[in-house]
Design a protein around this ligand. Structure first.
Ligand SMILES: Nc1ncnc2c1ncn2[C@@H]1O[C@H](COP(=O)(O)OP(=O)(O)OP(=O)(O)O)[C@@H](O)[C@H]1O
Ligand SMILES: [Mg+2]
Length: 365
């Protein structure tokens, strides 16, 4: 049977109890003990989980998106949602907060949370999602919720099958589809959802949040340290919290040196030196210099490329030359990601700047 009705579904009867008698030893926990054990569990939790927002109002940044979603929930007219955007910006947290606000969260039995990168095929849609959407609601009159996380890794066939399920059970079930890359979600699904883009988190909200975490954790920090955590994380709160937890474990302080030591990323001053070397020296000197820097600071070529482009944007290079260098750097990044050898790409990097140097000289004449 492919299509089945809400009313066709009957709950399985509980299995009869076995006739044998068994003796069980029960350990009783006092409220004090359980509170203490909860406290210990919380202390050992990774900070990204410990500080995961519980309610929509705890999610930082994205004020207008959150207030719209809040209104949709309170007016009872929540549509299917598609939340998309870069990592660590609060998509999953928002979906979980919606599920808590809408029907008491996962514990209520009214929420099916699937990570589509594990369960990405048509069978999941046919079996799990359809069975859940078609089942009778445990709390009558309350919407069931299917959260499909990382849906951009679902196969196209599964996405097409989902189209129909979303329509068939629209009266009783809402879907929240989450993706990093919206263009990997078929347009038929996009058009069935209200889409919200979760962009990188804004500077001031992140700074305040990180300050709060430091105070909660008794972690010393400098303003410069937090600025560098944010610089490396580019609006990704998960990355911010992971860097800070590493700083806490290793140095018990978040300052500029601890941040760069923990992440292994090159410091801006090192990158400036590399740029000066690239733009002012001949091929051989640059090659030897770069190999020295790489060995001394343990930098990979991809780290250098990533930091180089940000620093280049802050320099006053003529537009034409800047564009040329950035396009070429992106080609090296693609080659490195595709698995090309470091050595040849390092030589290509030096070549790009040798050409840029000549272009600069020609413009000056
Ligand atoms: N807007 C936010 N407000 C508060 N905390 C946030 C926010 N975004 C991310 N975080 C923190 O980062 C962690 C990861 O966030 P979340 O899982 O919601 O990110 P995501 O957008 O789903 O990322 P991904 O695309 O990688 O799955 C959360 O547990 C929380 O600690
Ligand atoms: Mg997520």
């Amino acid at each position: 049977m492919d299509d089945f009705n809400d009313d066709d579904f009957t709950f399985a009867r509980p299995a009869p109890k076995p006739a044998t008698t068994t003796t069980t030893t029960t350990t009783t926990t006092t409220p004090d003990e359980s509170a203490a054990s909860k406290k210990i569990t919380k202390q050992l939790m990774p900070w990204v989980e410990k500080y995961r927002p519980e309610r929509l109002s705890d999610v930082i940044s994205h004020a207008s998106i959150l207030s719209t979603i809040d209104k949709l929930i309170t007016t009872g007219g929540m549509p299917h949602l598609l939340l998309h955007g870069p990592p660590g910006t609060g998509k999953t947290s928002t979906a979980l907060a919606i599920s808590r606000q809408l029907n008491g969260g996962k514990e209520s039995g009214m929420v099916l949370e699937l990570n589509a990168s594990d369960e990405r095929g048509i069978d999941t849609v046919r079996d799990k999602i359809k069975a859940f959407a078609g089942s009778r609601a445990a709390l009558p009159g309350v919407m069931k919720l299917v959260i499909l996380d990382e849906a951009d890794s679902m196969t196209k066939v599964a996405q097409f099958a989902l189209r129909r399920v979303m329509e068939m059970y629209a009266k009783t079930t809402r879907f929240i589809i989450i993706a990093n890359y919206v263009n990997k979600i078929i347009s038929a699904l996009q058009s069935r959802c209200t889409c919200f883009r979760f962009g990188p988190l804004d500077h001031d909200s992140v700074y305040k949040h990180l300050e709060m975490v430091c105070n909660e954790e008794g972690l010393e920090f400098t303003a410069e340290g937090l600025e560098h955590v944010m610089l490396l994380s580019k609006g990704d709160m998960r990355m911010c919290l992971n860097i800070m937890q590493a700083c806490k474990a290793a140095y018990n302080i978040v300052d500029k040196p601890s941040v760069y030591l923990c992440t292994g990323a090159p410091e801006p001053e090192q990158i400036n030196k590399i740029i000066q070397l690239l733009l002012n020296q001949n091929y051989e000197t640059v090659l030897n210099g770069l190999i020295d820097v790489q060995i001394k600071h343990g930098l990979s070529l991809i780290d250098i490329i990533t930091s180089l482009h940000e620093q280049l944007l802050r320099m006053n290079l003529p537009d034409g030359i800047l564009s040329f260098v950035l396009i070429k750097l992106s080609e090296i990044e693609v080659a490195l990601t595709a698995g090309c050898g470091d050595r040849l790409q390092l030589l290509a990097l030096i070549g790009i700047f040798q050409i840029a140097k000549t272009m600069l000289q020609q413009q000056a004449e």
